[in-house]
Design a protein around this ligand. Structure first.
Ligand SMILES: Nc1nc2c(c(=O)[nH]1)N[C@H]1C(S)=C(S)[C@@H](COP(=O)(O)O)O[C@H]1N2
Ligand SMILES: [Mo]
Length: 523
């Protein structure tokens, strides 16, 4: 009796293990096939990308904000965990009701295939990794289930000693485990070969490392001394690359070696262009300091950074292509299929809209768009800053709506004037306390920042000198802090004399507004 009762949970555990092993086989084969189709056709990547698309907007933005650059690893880990759970259940199911188990595996394959085949830019071939992976998984599951030791009663002797462990079920278990081991090795091998074939990660790393940035034909204005405020907790004028905020929808960073990169310029133009990376390098190279801001930055939030970009002027390239006057939209597309719509008039109005390949003296980091991204001073990133850009189509807003416009965000996204209080943020000591931060109104510039305490009079803050109206500007006001609770507020006025609105609106649909307000308790 003891032997029999003991064998049931073990059998269930082995069935679960069979499910897991079959899932690993499915993943390995899926990965191998992915290498021949497209990186984004991998079942996990496709389901993840589809999830990002279908979850309600607030959930998506919450995820992007909360996890920052970690949202995608968290999502991938979540999907893998859920898959592992499903695999265990399927293993148990398949050993009891084989048909039902197979039907469930097929359903999973179809879900993955449908997610992959409906990604932007997908072809029917993108369904193959999921379908072939599911087929391999089903086959492995059946093979393992057949070798599962059966739950028949143990011989009577089993009750009496070590013989119990050496009986027929143990022999069956060994056979099962050997098959399982074989499956795991096969999965590792196919998956590994798939990875090797993909191999793009190393390729892009060495492509980036080997790039020597050309000197600019048109250097950035020298940064005036004092642009860095040197007040603790206020960001430096240049945001270091590794600390620069990151916002995008990709699950795995696109791997585009510059040797393989091309930019196609087409649509409503006189002449289609196709530029290689070397073509870019042979053009007039400009270097500019430009502050980039995200539309989903809440008032006082961190999604803004300033960098020295190196690249070519987008307007020069477009002029060469000959843009038709009716083409009011520059629809740019990235290697991962994301799209962005930028007003043609804005890019052509003389500002330094760039196709950038350098960031703060380094080749563009992969996370920030290597080999080439767009940067347009004055516009939020979602309507201007396409990373991994490889296609630019001149079209009309009325005809083609970009990614975020389909998710409820505004078609146009000029940056709103904003002052952020970076310090103090906790409990300063009474006495002279710097109230300081950064303010931005790209391409209009910052003319004035004012600070007030507890609804008192507005005080002009000192402004740091800056090289152009395309960057943020540090500011500081020294406050005679008295003990107790206080409310600090700041507001900026742009270079055209317009003070930022007091009206608080949320980030959706075209950027948050309102005066940044900070509560402090002075000791
Ligand atoms: N390919 C691609 N480019 C993209 C995005 C994206 O999701 N995919 N996000 C945009 C948004 S919303 C912003 S704010 C900026 C952020 O650029 P960063 O990650 O280099 O800071 O990139 C833009 N470029
Ligand atoms: Mo953004």
């Amino acid at each position: 009796m003891i032997g029999r009762r003991g064998s049931l949970p073990i059998r269930a555990m082995l069935a679960g293990l069979a499910g897991l092993l079959a899932a690993v086989v499915a993943m390995g084969v899926g990965q191998l096939v992915t290498a021949f189709v497209h990186p984004r056709a991998s079942p996990v990547a496709a389901v993840g990308a589809a999830l990002i698309d279908v979850v309600p907007g607030p959930v998506r933005e919450f995820g992007i904000r909360t996890f920052g650059s970690y949202d995608k690893p968290v999502l991938i880990a979540g999907i893998c965990l859920v898959l592992a759970g499903i695999a265990v259940l399927l293993g148990v199911l398949a050993t009891r009701r084989a048909r039902l188990g197979m039907a469930a595996v097929a359903l999973l394959g179809i879900v993955g295939a449908a997610a992959a085949a409906t990604r932007p830019g997908a072809t029917w071939a993108w369904a193959l990794p999921s379908l072939l992976g599911a087929a391999a998984g089903a086959w492995a599951l059946m093979a393992l289930a057949r070798r599962l030791p059966s739950a028949r009663p143990a011989p009577p002797a089993a009750e009496d000693g070590p013989a119990a462990a050496a009986g027929a079920p143990a022999y069956g278990r060994r056979r099962f485990l050997l098959t399982g081991l074989g499956a795991a090795v096969a999965a590792g091998a196919t998956g590994g070969v798939g990875r090797l074939l993909t191999g793009a990660r190393q390729a892009v790393a060495s492509s980036r490392a080997a790039l020597r940035l050309p000197p600019p034909d048109s250097p950035a204005h020298p940064v005036p001394s004092g642009a860095d405020l040197d007040v603790p907790h206020v960001p430096a004028f240049f945001t270091p690359n590794e600390r620069f905020y990151r916002v995008d929808t990709v699950l795995r960073l696109p791997s585009v070696p510059r040797e393989e990169w091309t930019l196609r310029v087409h649509g409503m133009v006189d002449r289609e262009l196709e530029l290689s990376f070397d073509d870019l390098l042979s053009r007039r190279i400009v270097q500019r300091d430009i502050t980039l801001a995200c539309v989903s930055n809440p008032v006082g939030g961190p999604y803004v950074g300033n960098a020295r970009w190196l690249g070519v002027r987008l307007a020069d390239v477009l002029r060469e292509a000959g843009v038709h006057t009716e083409a009011d939209e520059i629809l740019s597309r990235s290697a991962d299929g994301w799209t962005c719509g930028t007003p043609t008039a804005t890019v052509m109005d003389g500002r330094d809209a760039l196709l950038a390949f350098g960031m703060n003296g380094e080749p563009l980091p992969v996370a920030h768009g290597f080999p080439v991204r767009m940067v347009v001073p004055g516009l939020y990133g979602y309507v201007s800053a396409t990373k991994w850009v490889d296609d630019i189509e001149l079209t009309r807003f009325a005809r083609k709506r970009p990614y975020w416009a389909k998710h409820g965000w505004a078609l146009r996204g000029p940056v709103k004037t904003m002052a952020r209080i970076d310090t103090p943020h906790d409990s300063p000591r009474a006495g002279r306390v710097p109230v300081a931060g950064v303010a931005w109104a790209q391409h209009r510039g910052i003319q004035r920042v004012e600070v007030r305490v507890d609804d008192g009079p507005w005080h002009d803050a000192e402004l740091a000198p800056v090289p152009s109206k395309d960057t943020w500007r540090g500011w500081v006001h020294y406050w005679d802090a008295t003990p107790g609770q206080h409310r600090l507020q700041a507001r900026a006025t742009d270079g055209r004399g317009r003070t930022q609105t007091r009206r608080r609106v949320p980030t959706v649909p075209n950027g948050a507004s309102g005066w940044h307000t900070v509560h402090v308790t002075v000791d």
